[in-house]
Design a protein around this ligand. Structure first.
Ligand code: ATP
Ligand code: MG
Length: 427
C-alpha cells in the first residue's frame, strides 16, 4: 500500500462517468446541430483570463466579481488571473482583439466549463458548464426574438414542456439613471428592512438590490419604482417589436418588471427561462442585450445580444436522456482463441470498423465462457468468434446476443470476407 493520501475531486466539481457522460455527449450533439441550424459558429476562448477583464466586463459590484471568482496571482509574473465565471466577457475580448466584426455582424457560440465559488447544492456547482450564444453587431428586436424562438426550438427538441419565459426591458442608460434616482429614494425610505448587502449596494448598484432572494425584502422590492415605467418611446418600441415577434412565433411570455439579471452590462431586452421542476435553482437560461459592452471593453461600439444556458440544469430537466441509461460500449464483440485467432480477430475488427461498426476485440487470452460474459456486459448486438475451427473454414461464427438473429437461430456462420457487409446491414 502506498502512503499517499487519496485525493478527491474538489467540492462542487463533479466527475461524469458513463452513462452520465454518454448523456452529456448526446446533449452536446443535439445542441451543436441546433446551433448550426441558426448559423452559429464556434468561438473558443481560454479558460483563464486577466482578472480585470471580468471586473470591467461583468461589473465590480456584482455577486460574481465580489465573491464568486477563482482568482490568483501568477507567481511567475505577478499577473492577476481569473478562471472564467461566464463566457461573454472573454468572447467579446476575443472579438475585439481579432477585429471579428470588421465587415459584418457575427453569430458565435461556445460550450464549456465556467467557475464560480458558490455554495454547492443541486443545480449549483463550482465548476459548471454553459452553452453561450452571442449575436454580435445586430441592433434590432428581430434578433432578440430570433434568439428566444431558437431557445424554444431547443426545449421542443428535448421534450421540455414546463419551462416558461419571463422578459423585461432595462431601457437605456438615461432611463436607468432617472429610475435609479427614484429607486435610491425608495431604498432610503425602507432602509430598516435592507440587509447588509443591500445597504452596501444601495448607492453603487441599486438595481441589483431588487434582485434579492431575501424574503424579508420582498415587499420593499415589490413596491419599488419599476424601471419599466421609466422607458421612453424608443425603448418601448424595441420592447413591442420583440413582443410582436414572439406572438408571431406563438411563444407565450410574461413581463417581469423585477427581472434585472445578475450582470451589470444589460440594456433593453433581458429574459430568463424558468422551471419549477428544479427546486430553488429554476433558471435554466438567462440572456439579454448588452449594446454597451463591446465599447466598454475597448472595442468599436457595436450592439450585441446573447444568452447562456446552464447545462447541468438542462441535463437534469431532460428526462429523455434515460434512453442512454444503458449505453452499449460497442456493437460487435470479437472473441478468439490462440495467438493466430487473436491476430485474425484484430484484422477482422479493423475491416468491420472500416464499414462503420463499433467493435471491441477481447483483450488477453481467456476461455470463451468469460469472453462471452464480457461480450454480454459490453451491450454488443453480436459476438463474433474466431477460434481454430473458424480459422480452418474461413468462416466466423456469429452469435446474436440480442436481436437480428435469423428465425429460430442464435448462431450462424459467415465467411470472413462477407462479415462486414452482413453485420453492417443487420445491426
Ligand atoms: P443564479 O441566479 O441561479 O445564480 P445567475 O444569474 O448567476 O444564476 P447566469 O450568470 O445568468 O446565472 O448564468 C447562466 C445560467 O448558468 C443560469 O441560468 C444557470 O442555468 C446556470 N448557472 C449559474 N450559476 C450556476 C452554478 N453555480 N451551477 C450550475 N449552473 C449555474
Ligand atoms: Mg449566480
Amino acid at each position: 500500500m502506498s502512503d499517499f493520501k487519496k485525493v478527491r475531486a474538489l467540492t462542487g466539481m463533479k466527475d461524469a462517468l458513463p452513462p452520465e457522460s454518454v448523456q452529456w455527449e448526446a446533449l452536446e450533439a443535439i445542441v451543436r446541430d441546433w446551433l448550426a441550424a441558426y448559423g452559429y459558429q464556434n468561438l473558443r476562448t481560454p479558460v483563464l483570463e486577466h482578472t480585470r477583464l471580468f471586473a470591467r466586463g461583468i461589473g465590480e459590484v456584482t455577486d460574481i466579481v465580489e465573491k464568486e471568482m477563482y482568482s490568483f496571482v501568477d507567481p511567475l509574473n505577478d499577473e492577476r488571473l481569473t478562471l472564467r465565471p461566464e463566457f461573454t466577457a472573454g468572447m467579446v475580448r476575443a472579438v475585439i482583439e481579432h477585429n471579428v466584426l470588421y465587415d459584418r455582424p457575427r453569430r458565435v457560440y461556445a460550450l464549456g466549463p465556467v467557475f464560480r465559488h458558490e455554495r454547492p447544492q443541486r443545480g449549483r456547482y463550482r465548476q459548471f458548464h454553459q452553452i453561450d450564444v452571442e449575436a454580435l453587431g445586430f441592433p434590432g428586436p428581430d434578433v432578440d426574438a430570433e434568439l428566444i424562438v431558437m431557445l424554444s426550438r431547443l426545449w421542443r427538441r428535448l421534450g421540455l414542456d414546463d419551462i416558461r419565459l419571463e422578459i423585461n426591458s432595462l431601457g437605456q442608460a438615461a432611463e436607468r439613471a432617472a429610475h435609479r434616482a427614484a429607486l435610491i429614494e425608495h431604498l432610503q425610505r425602507h432602509v430598516d428592512v435592507l440587509d447588509d448587502e443591500a445597504r452596501r449596494r444601495m448607492h453603487s448598484n441599486p438595481l441589483r438590490v431588487l434582485d434579492t432572494k431575501n424574503p424579508a425584502m420582498q415587499d420593499m422590492a415589490n413596491s419599488a419604482p419599476r424601471l419599466f415605467d421609466f422607458l421612453g418611446e424608443e425603448s418601448l418600441a424595441h420592447y413591442r417589436g420583440l413582443c410582436a415577434r414572439l406572438e408571431d412565433a406563438g411563444i407565450t411570455y410574461t413581463l417581469n418588471p423585477r427581472l434585472v439579471r445578475g450582470l451589470d452590462y444589460y440594456n433593453l431586452t433581458v429574459f430568463e427561462w424558468v422551471t419549477d421542476r428544479l427546486g430553488a435553482q429554476g433558471t435554466v437560461c438567462g440572456g439579454g442585450r448588452y449594446d454597451g459592452l463591446i465599447e466598454l471593453l475597448g472595442g468599436k461600439p457595436a450592439p450585441a445580444v446573447g444568452f447562456a444556458i446552464g447545462m447541468e440544469r438542462l441535463l437534469d430537466l431532460w428526462s429523455q436522456k434515460d434512453q442512454y441509461a444503458h449505453p452499449a460500449e460497442c456493437q460487435v464483440y470479437v472473441a478468439h482463441q490462440g495467438e493466430d485467432g487473436q491476430r485474425r480477430a484484430a484484422s477482422l475488427a479493423e475491416a468491420l470498423r472500416d464499414a462503420g461498426l463499433r467493435v471491441l476485440v477481447h483483450a488477453g487470452s481467456t476461455g470463451f465462457k468469460s469472453q462471452f460474459r464480457r461480450a454480454d456486459a459490453s451491450g454488443a448486438a453480436v459476438a463474433v468468434v474466431v477460434g481454430g475451427d473458424e480459422l480452418a473454414s474461413g468462416r466466423a461464427t456469429v452469435k446474436w446476443l440480442r436481436r437480428g438473429a435469423p428465425e429460430g437461430e442464435q448462431q450462424e456462420s459467415i465467411p470472413f470476407d462477407r462479415l462486414a457487409e452482413e453485420l453492417q446491414s443487420r445491426i
